[in-house]
Design a protein around this ligand. Structure first.
Ligand code: HEC
Length: 258
């Protein structure tokens, strides 16, 4: 009996831990797709162009990404490696010194190779779409899932200025996403809304850019997962045909026994 009690308590422990974590904003979900090479390629381009000014991805080599994402090495060398002394076989490091970064931003921008695994892809997907105007902050923005963040909204040019349209408590409860009410079919705005005409992209296009970016970051955090998916498919196809072969053999072997 005691054993069962212990087992039940152990099973419930994680629940109490997450309840004690305080109010957590609901995150928007991202459906990752490592087979979509176009998306991963666009994501890598966005990452290199917009994030690697401050963040490194020091556990990832350019060459491995080129291979997995099926981008010819030459294109990566010409368009995605800006430091001309860097070779394609090298890691995706950057020149900014951590000490300087700490002075400039308060906190140094962390390495992002494993970020999607550390925080979860849903968190990163929501975080990058959650910056909103807050004049009290050094960069003029705050973030719904990362309060008082030290990072500016680097994609503001694409997204436009986003405003917080409800109280912080409501935001924590509702999450950022505006959604269509399934009963009435009307659009119910969320707690964050973009000032019309301030960005180059509309919300749907911007979300797609972030989708590709986070898809790439998730691939980078677990490059072998993309491989597992590919190999897994071959294994299933093989097993499917092997089943018929084995069945035919079995019939052949037993045919004279009965
Ligand atoms: C101008 C410099 C700068 C650029 C460019 C930049 N960031 Fe950041 N980023 C930071 C800083 C500084 C922090 C640390 C914030 C803190 O801890 O308060 C940060 C934090 C983050 C975090 C949260 C890290 C954590 O604590 O888990 C993520 C995720 C992130 N950045 C993603 C990105 C992505 C993706 C891009 C490209 C679209 C990008 N950043 C571009 C400066 C930058």
């Amino acid at each position: 009996m005691k054993k069962y009690l212990i087992a039940i308590v152990m099973a419930l422990l994680p629940m109490t831990a997450s309840a004690a974590g305080g109010a957590k904003m609901p995150l928007d979900h991202i459906e990752l797709d490592y087979t979509n090479k176009g998306s991963l390629q666009r994501g890598m381009a966005t990452f290199v162009n917009n994030c690697m000014g401050c963040h490194s991805a020091q556990y990832q080599r350019f060459e491995r990404a080129a291979q997995d994402l099926e981008i010819p090495n030459k294109l990566v060398e010409d368009y995605l490696i800006f430091d001309k002394d860097k070779k394609i076989g090298e890691h995706m490091t950057i020149g900014m010194a951590a000490d300087d970064a700490k002075v400039w931003f308060g906190n140094p921008p962390p390495d992002l190779t494993l970020e999607a695994r550390l925080r979860g892809a849903d968190w990163v997907y929501t975080y990058l779409r959650s910056f909103y105007e807050d004049p009290s902050r050094p960069w003029g923005v705050n973030n719904a899932v990362f309060k008082d963040v030290g990072m500016p909204n680097v994609l503001e040019r694409l997204q436009g200025n986003q405003r917080l349209t409800c109280s912080h408590e409501e935001l924590l409860h509702e999450g950022i996403g505006g959604e269509v009410d399934p009963l009435t079919g009307t659009f119910k705005p969320g707690c964050l809304s973009v000032n019309g005409g301030t960005g180059e992209l509309d919300t749907e296009e911007f979300d797609k850019v972030i989708y590709d970016l986070v898809n790439f970051m998730a691939y980078m955090a677990e490059p072998s997962k993309a491989d597992s998916h590919r190999i897994g498919t071959y294994v299933l196809v093989f097993l499917f045909f092997f089943f018929f072969l084995a069945y035919a053999l079995k019939r052949e072997f037993w045919k004279d026994v009965h």
